[in-house]
Ligand binder design. Structure first.
Ligand code: SAM
Length: 257
């Protein structure tokens, strides 16, 4: 049986200028510029040959390939974002908001020993969620007991104090709604925003015009977090995975500060 002790030692990645990395952070043997990383085609059993070895990462990836569980792009979006923010977001309770298949949350359940409970929140629970959970159970038997699904809209969600929040491609204003839930819980927050609602978003029009709406919206989000005492970081996953590749992450002020 696999255990948490299978987890590899974590070596902090050297941070060069954005886009300068040659290899992925989570699957370190894969080249960061490979067009396959952005493929919307489902992983297939024969793709398991890309993930050789005895690490838990490789075993989980092979289990996903064997089940044709999800598109390659979605595997790499979740794993690269996870690797960037895992230390910042991990808390006893982690919530994956607009979770879809729930891979980001599952990664916390599988790879982060200190995470006791993972809330997967989405207004729908797709069939693929059970396929991914089955793959996780095969290689990380401790993971399923940590998972709680909440089939509900974000506006109906509330989170326990201190919950770590992750929102991957939550779409439009739902990234902002996820941020508000993290702020209300005074927990850390990480997002890989995708389509930004240029007209609807309350970022100043002057900034949208001067900086471009996508940047202005993330600047506005950054100020909202900093004004609440959070420390914010902007990072990127490789553009070969998705052009919508900016990762915002934010750590709350220490309790009592
Ligand atoms: C683009 S998908 C992203 C899914 C997943 N995070 C991923 O990385 O693949 C957006 C998800 O948001 C969910 N969603 C849309 N509106 C929602 C709402 N109001 N409350 C909760 N989930 C919502 C959809 O059901 C969908 O699963």
């Amino acid at each position: 049986m696999s255990t948490h002790s299978d987890l590899p030692l974590t070596v902090p990645p050297a941070e060069g200028p954005p886009g300068s990395r040659t290899h992925l952070r989570f699957f370190r043997h894969l080249e960061a510029s490979s067009p396959w990383l952005g493929s919307r085609a489902s992983l297939r059993p024969r793709d398991a040959t890309h993930f050789e070895g005895d690490t838990l990462q490789a075993k989980f990836a092979r289990a996903l390939c064997e089940r044709s569980a999800l598109p390659a792009k979605e595997l790499f979006e979740a794993t690269e974002t996870f690797e960037l923010v895992r230390k910042r977001v991990r808390r006893p309770v982690v919530a994956d908001l607009c979770a879809g298949h729930g891979l980001a949350g599952l990664l916390f359940a599988v790879f982060e020993r200190s995470v006791e409970s993972v809330l997967l929140v989405d207004r729908e629970r797709p069939a693929s969620a059970d396929v991914l959970l089955d793959a996780a159970a095969e290689v990380a038997p401790w993971a399923p007991a940590k998972i709680q699904w909440r089939v509900e809209a974000l506006k109906r969600t509330s989170l326990p104090n201190g919950t770590g929040v992750i929102a991957i491609h939550a779409c439009g204003l739902r990234t902002d709604a996820s941020m508000e839930l993290a702020l209300a819980a005074r927990g850390p927050f990480a997002a890989l925003p995708c389509c930004r609602p240029h007209r609807l978003h309350p970022a100043p029009t002057s900034l949208k015009n001067a900086l471009g709406a996508d940047v202005a919206i993330d600047v506005h989000r950054t100020y909202a977090l900093e004004n609440a005492g959070y420390r914010v970081r902007w990072q990127e996953i490789p553009a070969a995975i998705t052009p919508m590749n900016r990762v915002l992450s934010a750590a709350p002020p220490p309790v009592g500060a």
